[in-house]
Design a protein around this ligand. Sequence first.
Ligand code: FAD
Length: 317
Amino acid sequence: MKITEHLSSAKKTLFSFEVLPPLRGQSIHSLYEHMNPLMEFNPPFVDVTYHREEYVYKKRENGLLEKVSIRKRPGTVGICAAIKNRYNVDAVPHIICGGFTKSETENALIDLDYLGIDNVLVLRGDPIKSEARFVPEAEGHHYAIDLVKQVKSMNRGIYLHEEMENSAPSNFCIGIAGYPEKHEEAPNLQADVRHLKAKVEAGADYVVTQMFFDNSKYFRFVELCREAGITVPIIPGLKPITVKRQLAVLPKIFHIDIPEELLIELENCKNDAAAKQIGIEWAIKQSKELMEWGVPCLHYYSMGKSDSVYSIAKAMF
Ligand code: FAD
């Protein structure tokens, strides 16, 4: 079932969450152990992130360094199929522009279509660590909008090789990313919303937001989107803080602010156990307000740890 169908047929706010593929070499059962408790809250869908290759330098016997490419968390498509099979819920693979040619993307979309996976979250992807800015593949996409257009074309039965006859249209529901505190590269929030609108006009069906800790930022973002004529659902993404050091890490990686009130509460914590409890309480407070406001779904970034999300879901759903 498509995410938009889940959202439109829901009688109450839905619960969903995002998981990461296990680290290379770990069993898929480590993921199931993380997911099992959360299935109590009947998520209609689960997102699975995509992690592109990283470059590491390995010292060889001759003392020279060799640049080696490694994907630490492979398996997004296989995990989506496994989740669908095991839990009978929709799994949403994240697909990115980075590292893919258009042709490789088409092959991946064909695999997903054959597996009966009819939802995708379409993203550009971040620059790889060794590059200062995002560099697309020679035959790849520059922006998420270009990938949205490719998926939309396949939905119309238009594949890359136009001479094909009787090509079967795919039927993907397309999600995209939105940033209540703007994307780091956007000159301002208005410009970012204009780019978001272009992605929706190109065929995106719904938006999932970057994490935020101040609901007023989400409300303002939705208001700006609606004023700009974006009418699709905008699902808020929430992340409970689990350790004190995330106060520095999360703003650096995700370009978001920690509200002063939360910052003071966390700074006063004696240890990470206390910080984790504050993180849970803050996320419950955010969730309650968002639910009352009428969001269609509360989407949680579990980042491989389920216990905080479990406590929040227990209080909310
Ligand atoms: P885009 O929509 O392409 O936007 C990127 C930037 O370009 C923005 O600043 C935008 O304003 C600007 N822009 C867009 N169009 C134009 C234009 N025509 N001209 C000039 N500027 C333009 N990354 C992963 O690698 N794997 C994941 O699984 C993953 N999951 C994510 C899930 C969510 C919910 C979110 C919010 C992010 C996720 N990311 C993931 C991170 C994401 O890939 C990065 O934030 C990336 O830098 C931007 O992706 P995007 O799809 O928003 O890009």
